[in-house]
Design a protein around this ligand. Structure first.
Ligand code: GDD
Ligand code: MG
Length: 365
């Protein structure tokens, strides 16, 4: 039986405040928690047993899958203190059931990818590799692990998050999805924190291990930042990215219980959550609107996430914003781009404006 490990123990700091109460893989993307999209993809590739390597808010994963009735065994390897990516793999490996030579799929818990996992596994077997990494090319590799390969796909080095321009020797990066021979992951030290990127991969390469790259040009995105998160969700809805859980390509995904005024325009792959209320002349463009959110008439929400139970007042404008849950933005606010609003925060009507248009004085002197 094919087995997999998903690394889901990170704190998701770049997505705060969305991740204050919810781990990144459990955030809603295109109508389902992100991890459910990953699970559906793994099941499509024939995976029958998955181990979640959890740490931050670990119990919420068990809550999410308590009633999961599909044909997949799920195990939980909980780290009381985070063990790092390598330590997490090793710790989750204790719950695997296969033999030492069996290939194990390993996924970062925030990767939206079109890679064909069966191809990845087939390439691993053909090369009799110890580790095969899915690699992709990006315009700016600095936020990733750099992985140059030779003409046969053999990995030459692994450099996590280069700091200088000279270190950026390739645009080919670690796509956060691997196949490990089980005996190789069992050999990761189990008595301390280990980074698979900073320690395990460089050491395997240095000792001449059979480490190969599987480079593809498929859709790929790491959903770890707010903008990537909203773009990933929109791409799933518009069909640029595929998930077995998302229907045919559409301009928007509106929950059947949401009330959207007929004059509102929901565009660019936006998602509107359960029981949300969207007023007249609102524009929601490439954004995620959570459950029980209310958006007043004429508001404009672009490339933003508004978390559940929040209110955006009439005519207010949000761009690349992240609004925590239970927040209240009054009417006629124009928030600076990339603003993050804490959960429960209140901004009064006309409280914030970035453009030069005159701001009315709401108090009487
Ligand atoms: N269980 C557990 N324990 N999981 C962890 C831990 C830990 O201590 N630390 C991180 N994780 C999980 C995160 O939840 C996430 O799913 C995954 O490991 C990767 O962590 P990120 O924080 O998202 O790393 P990154 O995006 O900066 O970089 C990683 O992914 C890039 C591709 O998106 C690296 O693997 C890079 O090399 C890679 O290019
Ligand atoms: Mg990431």
């Amino acid at each position: 039986m094919q087995e997999a490990i998903i690394l889901v123990g990170g704190k998701g700091t770049r997505l705060r405040p969305l991740t204050n109460h919810t781990p990144k893989p459990l955030l809603n993307v295109a109508g389902s928690s992100f991890i459910r999209h990953q699970i559906a993809k793994l099941m499509d590739a024939g995976v029958g047993h998955v181990v979640f390597a959890t740490s931050y808010l670990a119990t919420l994963f068990e809550d999410e899958f308590r009633d999961f009735s599909q044909d997949l065994d799920i195990s939980y390897a909980v780290e009381d203190v985070p063990l790092g990516t390598g330590g997490a793999i090793r710790n989750a490996g204790r719950l695997l059931r296969g033999g030492p030579d069996d290939p194990v799929l390993i996924l970062n818990g925030d990767i939206l990818s079109g890679v064909d996992l069966r191809d990845l596994l087939a390439g691993h077997r053909e090369r009799d590799a110890e580790v095969t990494l899915h690699l992709t090319r990006v315009a700016d590799p600095r936020a990733f692990g750099l992985v140059p390969t030779d003409d046969h796909g053999r990995v030459l080095s692994f450099l996590e998050k280069p700091k200088t321009a000279e270190e950026c020797v390739t645009d080919q990066i670690n796509a956060g999805c691997y196949v490990f021979r089980r005996s190789v992951l069992d050999a990761i030290p189990g008595d301390r924190e280990v980074s698979v990127e900073q320690e395990t991969f460089p050491r395997l390469v240095a000792r001449g291990g059979r480490v190969y790259g599987h480079t593809t040009a498929d859709y790929w995105r790491d959903l770890g930042t707010p903008l990537a998160f909203v773009h990933g969700s929109a791409d799933l809805i518009t069909g640029l990215a595929r998930s077995p859980l998302v229907g045919p390509p559409a301009e928007a995904l509106i929950h059947p219980t949401a009330q959207v005024d007929p004059t509102a325009r929901i565009l660019g792959g936006s998602a509107i959550g359960a029981h949300a209320v969207v007023g007249p002349d609102v524009v929601v463009d490439r954004a995620i609107v959570g459950a029980h959110v209310t958006i007043g008439a004429g508001a404009r929400i672009e490339e933003s996430v508004v978390d559940h139970d929040s209110t955006i007042g009439a005519r207010s404008v949000l761009r690349e914003a992240v609004v925590g849950c239970h927040a209240e933005v009054g009417a006629d606010n124009e928030l600076p781009a990339q603003l993050r609003l804490a959960c429960g925060i209140r901004i009064p009507a006309q409280g914030v404006r970035v453009s030069g248009t005159a701001v009315a004085c709401p108090t009487v002197h």
